[in-house]
Write a protein that binds this ligand. Structure first.
Ligand code: ZN
Length: 394
């Protein structure tokens, strides 16, 4: 525990004066429905349009009566969000896994500049576009009967066109080839961060408080509170949120917290094939490393579900919990607090979520109780190290 880790950070510094963008995530686990909805908040009128579409998808899913099925049904909505030049581009990826393991995959796209644009508003030379598209389709050996291009998105280099067949067919065309030039605002800056040490006597009683599903707009306040109380914790991060909370994640590390992997878009990992499973894990590893320079060593599987394939597919330590506060579910702060400290034991791993105001309010009661009982909060990896030291010296 006495080692200092020096991190060289690559920070993608966005110039310009965009308003802060937040992602909204809703994760619901009720009866046999696992629902994880992720979407960006763009601070434009587009938000209303996206919200309406998501509500529609959510209601349709709920109305299918999966609620009473004994097997689990999953709805997962993930997104890509780009802001380039004057354009906003949002793509929603909708994934539904029914209790019979029938997977439905589709996308919804929004390219916005004060109004929703269609591809003709964006690409003036449609003849050229069609020629390039046909070439790409022939090259990739895909037959599309109806070449109606209503699903498309953009990033700084390319236009991406989606066709819905059994799988989603994705065709990328370089903006350069379409003679389109967009202003790009990103530049790279180097920075150093030192992760401070917690000097903890391994004989001290310890607990590890862990937070899943973040970061969110509440994370900053949570880490400030933990820091002012000399608490270190572990944050199991969703990969798709990393880019919107770069500063919070860097600060979290510099305050002595640990970052872990909680998948990219909160899909139920135990129902994915190996390729999709690795994608969920690796994209998150890459995103965290790119933004903070830190490589997570631990994984908390979504919904706490683990199987053989998951164990065999990753070198990351799989970390579950033994105290579930159900902070996402209960409205009463006192109930959350009493769940956290009811069976207070040395070495407990407590599950919370930094996606909620209630969590911060509960922490403000939990931490003093821990202190009064002689406990220190450590990260999951520190907990592991403490146990090793005890085995060695006791
Ligand atoms: Zn989760």
């Amino acid at each position: 525990m006495k080692k200092k880790i020096l991190l060289i950070l690559l920070i993608f510094f966005v110039t310009g004066c965009y308003k802060k963008n937040y992602i909204n995530t809703q994760i619901i686990e009720e009866k046999n429905m696992l629902i994880s909805i992720n979407y960006p908040v763009t601070n434009t009128k587009l938000d209303t349009i996206i919200k309406k579409d998501i509500e529609h998808i959510y209601n349709e899913f709920k109305n299918k009566n999966y609620y009473y099925d004994l097997r689990r049904a999953e709805l997962n909505i993930d997104y890509i969000f780009e802001k380039i030049d004057k354009y906003i581009s949002v793509t929603l990826f909708i994934y539904i896994n029914s209790p019979d393991n029938i997977i439905t995959n589709y996308v919804k796209t929004y390219v916005y500049d004060n109004k929703l644009l269609n591809i003709g508003d964006f690409v003036k030379d449609t003849k050229l576009l069609n020629r390039l598209l046909n070439e790409k389709l022939i090259k990739s050996n895909v037959k599309i009967e109806n070449k109606d291009i209503s699903l498309f998105s953009i990033n700084k280099d390319e236009i991406i066109i989606y066709f819905l067949k059994d799988e989603i067919v994705t065709i990328k065309i370089k903006l350069e080839d379409l003679n389109i030039k967009l202003k790009n605002n990103e530049q790279i800056v180097n920075k150093e961060v030192i992760i401070p040490d917690q000097n903890i006597d391994f004989k001290n009683k310890v607990v590890a408080i862990t937070f899943d599903d973040g970061p969110s707009r509440y994370t900053d306040e949570i880490i400030e509170y933990l820091y002012s109380n000399r608490c270190s914790s572990t944050f199991f991060v969703l990969g798709n949120k990393v880019n919107d909370y770069k500063e919070v994640l860097k600060k979290s590390l510099s305050y002595g917290n640990e970052l872990g992997n909680h998948s990219y878009s909160h899909k139920l990992l135990t129902k994915l094939d190996k390729e999709k499973l690795l994608e969920q894990i690796n994209r998150t590893q890459d995103a965290i490393e790119e933004v903070t320079g830190y490589i997570p060593k631990i994984l908390r599987p979504t919904y706490g579900s683990v199987n053989k394939l998951l164990r065999e597919s990753t070198n990351l330590d799989i970390i579950l919990w033994n105290v579930d506060t159900l902070d996402w579910k209960y409205k009463s702060i006192n109930k959350i607090v009493s769940r956290a400290v009811y069976n207070l034991k040395d070495g407990n791993i407590i599950l919370m979520h930094d996606t909620n105001r209630k969590t911060l309010l509960s922490l403000k009661k939990i931490i003093p109780i821990l202190k009064n009982n002689g406990y220190k909060c450590v990260t999951v990896s520190e907990l592991k190290e403490i146990k090793l030291l005890r085995d060695l010296y006791e």
